[in-house]
Design a protein around this ligand. Structure first.
Ligand SMILES: Nc1ncnc2c1ncn2[C@@H]1O[C@H](COP(=O)(O)OP(=O)(O)O)[C@@H](O)[C@H]1O
Ligand SMILES: [Mg+2]
Length: 575
């Protein structure tokens, strides 16, 4: 909960004013029945028109004040709750941007989206409700009891019986209902997860013709939610009749005892009237209070889910020394020194085992190996997407952990196989990697990535809009735009992780040859399945099951490594 304070602090004015206005509203409202009874007993009773007008006027003024206070309270409550929600969303978003890859591995994107939208909305509603009711209900209850007792302490005994009866019934109903509400929230999560996962993968669903299966899956989770919602609301509908019963019995009792008192002359009609109003207010407040508490505990699940993100420790951050030194990546020499790595600290086997590798600045290294050999894992350690478990990764002889993340990553570009583009124009996407790039630089990078030729075939060229509101490019075209985006910065180190898999061999060869002339000084790592595209690399690293089992030129490896021979021959057959 401590994590919420900074967000609340931004709205302290609203948070103080909202309850204050509630107090004014309640104070004005609570004296109304009393004034009414005086009009009846004094004004009407003694036929005093002046008194009636005067007291009636006072009632009118108080109502206006109450209305104003109420409007003000609604204004400040919504201001505070909506503002709080916006701040929390901002906080969550910022936190998620800071997440390392291993942080991100723990949350699905569906669950992150639900937390940022649905859960924040629920908490927002609860804040709104508590700013309106959490103070109002107990205050009303307290005042009404005090006034009722002061009017007639003996009659107030009815209240003394009614409150515990209603209170205990509420407790029993809500206590029974709680598990249902908790279950309901959990099932709602499930429905959200199914919907979001389906939407993210809707194209896969369609291409596998699994719509019916998905519909059934959704139907099941939806039914489960409905079942629980029916059970939960079944408990809530009990509240109203119980409340009505307690209220009516109390009113009958008050009319009975009060009527007797009026007959014996110790009580007045107006007083009886106001007494009935007060007991209604008391029981209503009690109900409101229980409902608010119920909503509160329902929102706890959502709040917990929000706090889980805010409380996550980001595991890859800048060390104070790195900030102080503020080193920049200059040349781009990369060295792995006794590096071992596993994704989970408590996993038994290492994914990378004792890797030693020196890649000189400007060198082009190809990494090959079967799927799952840990090629991607290896290169992800260079920009610190994950931190090594043992050993060191050094760039220009400095541990990567001694650079700040921006300094490290600005001069080091990693292109993934499924790199995504954003909606917007092609030019905006290219500039996304380097906002200062000039048009000449953009075109030159696009040419090097063999993207220029197809871009200019679009009627709008570089201004072509991509994504939902525009055209969709093919997988190979997308990959080339991603490569152009990466080389626009002329990084010291460039890593292409299977990022030409959808590009034909001839185009890939052209990309390679323009790299060898235009990106001469850039240290380049190429991960690929195709031997044809790596023959020109300065060195080939053969990775198998997380270990380097061979290294050298194509010809050297062909002579010395049986695994390489096998890969070579298998590809000779297919090509
Ligand atoms: N985020 C992750 N969390 C846990 N295990 C992972 C993760 N990414 C990859 N792995 C595992 O690490 C091993 C190496 O994967 P990867 O580096 O992607 O192989 P390659 O790129 O050579 O195909 C695989 O066994 C894979 O299951
Ligand atoms: Mg991979």
């Amino acid at each position: 909960m401590k994590k919420y304070f900074p967000f609340f602090l931004l709205y302290k004015k609203a948070l103080i004013l909202a309850p204050l206005l509630v107090i004014i509203d309640v104070a004005c409202e609570i004296v109304q029945p009393d004034l009414m009874s005086k009009i009846v007993d004094v004004g009407v009773g003694h036929k005093n028109l002046h008194y009636i007008l005067q007291t009636g006027g006072l009632m009118l003024v108080l109502s206006i004040i109450a209305i104003a206070a109420n409007v003000g309270n609604i204004y400040y409550s919504s201001h505070a709750s909506v503002g709080f929600a916006a701040e929390v969303r901002k906080g969550l978003f910022k936190k998620i941007q800071e997440f390392s890859f291993s942080n991100l591995d723990k949350f699905s994107s569906a669950s992150l989206t639900t937390r940022l939208t649905n859960d924040v909305n629920i908490v927002q509603e609860v804040i709104m409700m508590s700013l309106r009711l959490l103070i109002r209900a107990p205050l009303m209850l307290l005042f009404a009891v005090v006034i009722a007792v002061s009017i007639n302490a003996q009659l107030a005994l009815v209240i003394a019986v009614a409150i515990p009866v209603l209170g205990i019934s509420m407790y029993i109903i809500l206590h029974q209902g709680f598990p249902y509400f908790e279950q309901m929230q959990r099932r709602l999560d499930k429905v959200n997860a199914v919907v979001q996962e389906n939407l993210v993968n809707v194209r896969v669903v369609k291409s596998f013709v699994r719509e019916d299966f998905e519909k059934k899956k959704f139907g099941r989770t939806n039914d489960e939610l409905r079942e629980m919602a029916v059970k939960a609301s079944g408990m809530v509908v009990m509240i109203l009749p119980v409340m009505q019963l307690v209220m009516n019995i109390s009113i009958v009792a008050i009319v009975w005892f009060g009527g007797n008192a009026i007959i014996s002359g110790s009580f007045q009609v107006g007083q009886l009237m106001s007494f009935i109003t007060y007991i209604t207010q008391i029981l209503m407040s009690l109900m409101m209070l229980s409902m608010t508490i119920m909503t509160f505990s329902r929102a706890r699940a959502s709040s917990d889910r929000i706090l889980e993100i805010l409380n996550t420790t980001v595991d890859i951050v800048d060390s104070p020394e790195a900030k102080e030194k503020d080193l920049l990546v200059q040349k781009g020499k990369v060295e792995f020194k006794n590096v071992s790595f596993k994704y989970h600290p408590d996993a038994e086997a290492y994914v990378l085992k004792d890797i030693n590798l020196v890649v000189n600045a400007g060198e082009t290294v190809a990494i090959i190996g079967a799927t799952g050999a840990a090629k991607s894992t290896l290169v992800q350690l260079i920009p610190r997407l994950y931190d090594v478990s043992k050993g060191q990764v050094l760039i220009d002889d400095v541990d990567v952990r001694d650079y700040t993340l921006p300094n490290l990553r600005n001069n080091l570009k990693l292109v993934l196989q499924q790199n995504e583009l954003f909606s917007g124009t092609i030019k905006q996407n290219l500039k996304w990697g380097n906002p200062q790039a000039t048009d000449e630089e953009i075109i030159s990078a696009a040419k090097d990535a063999q993207a220029h030729d197809f871009i200019i075939t679009f009627p709008k060229g570089y201004e072509t809009v991509l994504g939902q509101s525009g055209i969709n490019v093919s997988g190979g075209q997308k990959q080339r735009i991603c490569i152009a985006r990466a080389i626009l910065r002329k990084p010291a180190i460039l890593i292409l992780d299977d990022s030409t898999s959808a590009v034909d061999t001839a185009t890939e060869a052209r990309i390679r040859s323009s790299f060898s002339t235009h990106l001469k000084g850039t240290t380049t790592f190429i991960i690929t399945q195709r031997l044809s595209s790596i023959k020109s690399a300065d060195r080939i690293i053969l990775l198998d099951d997380g270990a380097i089992i061979g290294s050298g030129s194509h010809d050297e490896l062909l002579k010395s490594s049986p695994v390489y021979q096998e890969i070579y021959h298998s590809q000779q057959l297919v090509s």
